[in-house]
Design a protein around this ligand. Structure first.
Ligand SMILES: Cc1ccnc(S(N)(=O)=O)n1
Ligand SMILES: [Zn+2]
Length: 265
């Protein structure tokens, strides 16, 4: 079968052929984050701020893998995540983005049905587990919280100077399969809001194949601003079939018996 993607022929509605869990899973991601009514996110006063320790990365690869662009530091990176709903320390693996071809679509998670133009995912794996010692092993571990992904919505506004080194590099990885070694240092901490206190959290999955149900999701309420030009730079990245990646986001999945917790009222 052709590798998965986001076109009619290989998009989310076809993924079940290679990944049955797409249709049979009961904790699939993304979801629509509902804030009022019956199945809405429930305030949990025990939820603490998320703590990130992200020393500036000095060595990383920026890759267009045909379905997203990802920033992956070398194995030696010491970036860590803890706090929030987590009971363990997680190691940073990579970050990547999901976006649409216009400002009314692009994010994977939605808030009361609203999509943002893009969503940033910071992927981490539990570095304290006795059952695995790498990201790939974590994905295959069946541990319900092997991974933790931080999701940040992007909205159009002022230019984001902290993300500029990334958006300026997009033209260098226009072709699918192309990658560049990231020039100089990148300060991911500067991209994020100061305080990581207001978020939704729930048990879910990877949003692309293998769709493994091993992710503790933490989706932050406050969007990050980027300029129209920065959004346009994402929309010029190609998918390997001579077309721009137009909408690399999976539609929302059923909540089933899950509940969503909110760290804020
Ligand atoms: C690294 C990775 C693989 C698959 N899916 C995801 S995602 N979109 O759930 O963060 N991340
Ligand atoms: Zn993602």
């Amino acid at each position: 079968m052709a590798p998965w993607g986001y076109s009619k022929e290989n998009g989310p509605a076809t993924w079940h052929k290679d990944c049955p869990i797409a249709n049979t899973g009961v904790r699939q991601s993304p979801i629509d984050l509902i804030t009022t009514g019956q199945t809405c996110a429930k305030y949990d006063s025990n939820l603490k701020p998320v703590i990130v320790s992200y020393p500036a990365f000095s060595e990383a690869t920026f890759l267009n893998n045909g379905h997203s662009v990802q920033f992956q530091p070398s194995a030696g990176n010491l970036s860590e995540l803890s706090g929030g709903p987590l009971t363990k320390k997680y190691k940073f693996e990579q970050f990547h983005f999901h976006w649409g071809n216009n400002d009314s679509e692009g994010s994977e998670h939605r808030v009361n049905g609203k999509m943002y133009p893009a969503e940033l995912h910071l992927v981490h794996w539990n570095s304290e587990s006795p059952n695995f010692s790498s990201f790939q092993e974590a994905v295959g571990s069946n541990d319900p919280h092997a991974l933790c992904v931080l999701g940040f919505f992007l909205k159009v506004g002022a230019e984001n100077a902290s993300l500029k080194p990334i958006t300026d590099l997009l033209s260098k990885v226009k072709n699918a399969g192309s990658s560049v070694s990231f020039p100089g240092k990148f300060d991911l901490k500067a991209v994020l809001p100061e305080t990581l206190t207001d978020y939704y959290t729930y048990d879910g999955s990877l949003t692309t194949p293998p769709l493994a149900e091993c992710v503790k999701w933490i989706v932050f309420k406050e969007p990050i601003e980027v300029s129209t030009a920065q959004m346009e730079a994402f929309r010029a990245v190609d998918d390997g079939h001579g077309k721009p990646i137009t909408g690399n986001y999976r539609p929302p999945c059923p909540l089933h018996t899950r509940t969503v917790a909110a760290s804020f009222k």
